[in-house]
Design a protein around this ligand. Structure first.
Ligand code: SF4
Length: 442
């Protein structure tokens, strides 16, 4: 396994990412005018005032200590954030007091996922709490060096379902198109650990042309999901080009973008970006949020810009042991997402990716969390809990059992308070009284 280092990881700014394929490649690094976010603009009515105050104080003291000469203009520039990512153990040591488990990870050459943390996300991590939920998701530990039975590098069998590299065609009417293998922050539990940060998949050249050609030539495809890596780490210009190519295909009805950017690099969501995105409606976005601590004033602002541009937002959360595996934490996260106008969409059972056993809970734990949400909070705040079937079988919903069975002509149901109810569920009843049987209240 190749050791990933900052030298061989490919940054979207440094290598052929600013121009569409078949045009001259613009390799020069440019900082575009930044979109300034004065602290006062981060004051949000739906966000508890004290939490906003604490967040501001923490951010100021972090910046004063670690980035004293950095201006607001630089800090709020997403490209500055990417260029100044923490990507080596030495850099990490400056910010965090590393535990033995964390240090041991770096002594081994088999770490598969590169290290990458934006200064913004680093400002959310406590220096001396290795068990902090956000820290666990982005700082490697020795546990990821171990493989347990049932784990695989490509558990969802994406490679076998890719007719063109980076284009996964699993379901008849939709495809997953991986645009780039770069992310601004690397999650230690990533399903695509086998490929992220390697610099092999980028949004250019023959590969992308072939993928677009395949979509053009397959009329059953009505829905294209752009993912990676993180597609929003591409420049506006590159993304604009890709979206225009896909939108020009008559049978493609829906375009979706999967991204973690609003949680880890909210500075990327600029008015210029959303102005470009809204040209391609109907465009949907799946956002990856893991823990309520990611729902900062900056993240609120980012989702507000996206929602105001008419982009329907859904969230995808991976259930992670020691990170979000309690009803309280999950409910808190779902409530934040609702306030951010993000519909909780999927709760994923953690995929059996090699080296992630320390993150996996039992499926029973996931059902316990859904049981703790359903009926106890708004229905909109309850995501679909799914297991992505190993081998490529797709997402399979897993539900706590609320149906007790049939008794005579009744369906016996159990509600969220464990009370039993009966519903007349006889086919004969409906045939005898068709009108009554088909009337439903709102
Ligand atoms: S942002 Fe997504 S693709 Fe990137 S490391 Fe995290 S889970 Fe993987």
């Amino acid at each position: 396994m190749q050791q990933i280092t900052p030298e061989n990881e490919q940054s979207p700014f440094l290598e052929q990412e600013d121009e569409p394929p078949s045009r001259c490649l613009h390799r020069e690094l440019k900082l575009r005018p930044s979109f300034l976010i004065p602290d006062r603009q981060l004051t949000l009515p739906s966000f508890p005032r004290q939490i906003q105050k604490d967040a501001l104080t923490r951010k100021r003291s972090f910046r004063k200590r670690f980035f004293p000469g950095v201006t607001d203009k630089q800090w709020n520039n997403w490209q500055w954030q990417v260029q100044n990512r923490i990507s080596t153990p030495t850099q990490l040591n400056r910010f965090l007091k590393l535990s033995n488990e964390e240090q041991s990870a770096f002594h081994n050459l088999n770490v598969k996922i590169p290290l990458g943390i934006t200064p913004y996300y680093m400002s959310l991590l406590p220096a001396d709490e290795p068990d902090n939920p956000l820290r666990r998701t982005v700082v490697p530990t020795v546990h990821e060096l171990f493989k347990v039975p049932g784990e695989a590098n490509d558990p969802l069998n994406e490679e076998a379902q890719s007719l063109v590299p980076g284009l996964v065609h699993r379901y008849p009417d939709r495809v997953l198109l991986l645009l780039i293998d770069f992310c601004s922050v690397y999650c230690r539990y990533c399903t695509r650990a086998r490929m992220i940060g390697r610099g092999n998949i980028h949004a250019g050249g023959l590969r992308l042309e072939k993928a677009i050609e395949y979509i053009k030539n397959t009329p059953t495809i009505r829905d294209v999901l752009l993912s990676g890596g993180d597609p929003l780490t591409l420049s506006d210009k590159k993304l604009d080009w890709v979206l225009s190519q896909i939108r020009a295909i008559p049978h493609v009805e829906i375009i979706r973008i999967g991204t973690k950017v609003p949680a880890v690099l909210p500075q990327r969501i600029t008015p210029q970006l959303v102005k470009m995105l809204r040209k391609y409606h109907p465009l949907w976005m799946s956002l990856h949020f893991t823990h309520p601590d990611e729902c900062t004033p900056e993240a609120y602002r980012a989702t507000r810009l996206l929602a105001d541009a008419g982009i329907p937002l859904g969230s995808q959360t991976v259930l992670l042991k020691g990170v979000n595996d309690t009803v309280e934490t999950m409910k808190d996260l779902m409530h934040h997402l609702m306030k951010m106008r993000v519909r909780p969409y999927y709760l994923y059972q953690c995929d059996p990716v090699t080296g992630t056993s320390h993150f996996r809970t039992t499926v029973e734990k996931g059902m316990e969390i859904i049981r703790g949400l359903r009926g106890h909070t708004s229905g909109y705040a309850v995501p679909n809990y799914v297991v992505d079937a190993p081998g490529g079988g797709g997402k399979i919903p897993v539900m706590p059992n609320y149906v007790m069975g049939h008794q005579e002509n009744d369906l016996v149901l159990c509600n969220y308070e464990d009370k039993i109810f009966r519903y007349p569920d006889s086919v004969d009843n409906f045939n005898q009284y068709p009108d009554q049987g088909s009337i439903h209240g709102c």
